[in-house]
Design a binder for this molecule. Sequence first.
Ligand SMILES: [Zn+2]
Length: 314
Amino acid sequence: MKASQKIGLAAVLLLAVILGRSAAQQSQQIQPAQPPQYQQQPAPIALEKIADNIYQVTGGSGANCGVVIGEKEVMVIDAKMSEESAKQMLAEIAKISPVPVRVLAFTHSDGDHVNGITGFPVDIKILAHEETKHYMDEAFKDERQRAYLPLIKTFPSASLEYDLGGRKVQLIYFGPAHTSGDVVVYCPKEKVAFLGDLYFAGRDPLVHRHKNGNSFGLVKVLNSVLQLDAEVFLSGHAEKATRADVKALIKSIEDKQAQIKAMIAEGKSLDEIKKFYEVEDRPATPGRPQFLSLAEVIFLEQMEKQTKFEPKKK
Ligand SMILES: [Zn+2]
């Protein structure tokens, strides 16, 4: 490694240490929920019909979930944040369909999407990307939660098709974005896609660097999502979205990436960039990783790029 590269690398590492968010530290901490501004007010569990036999589940604790009803099996997408909310969700599903819930698919590994796992029957089939299983394995301390880990069938890349009986669902992995294990659940016939936390509305999306998320990956994945023949996009923390909404989110991320790149080129510091975007440093909650703002994530990514591609100096 050249001396100039070493200096660049040292700067990035120092920055990571200053921010107190090294991957090693993060992985030792407990599974986080969303930061306060991303949390939803607890409301009763409700099923909203999206298409024939497809529902979005709102309310309870944690993120929105999804339900796809086949002739033989029902698939639930994400598990709520508590056992109680998961059980309430299953009770509501039982009211609308006699078909048993046999399969649970995870969009990713965040606590507000997976911690309700213990509310599911102990013979449930679970589908997730292998990175998601890895993060759950790291985060699950409770033996009752850990008992579900062997039930998770993983797939490393590409996609997996699951037949619920007369209704096929695709689980598609497009690469690292919000985390390194995000899966899109796509119902081609109904043109509905469940995006987990790949989509946010009215706020910057979250990119979890401590789970190898990446803002450039997020843009790439959202562009891939638009290649699907889908018209309705459901997600963990937003209202149902259209193709135009997804395009607008991509543009907002790209604009911020370009703006921050320009500011770095002008010699602006991270503090100045944070001030520009009015990023407030929230006090850290003990035992929880602090979520980075999109501006900080992009800044760190740009610094890493500069380190990697720094021209050789004599
Ligand atoms: Zn998430």
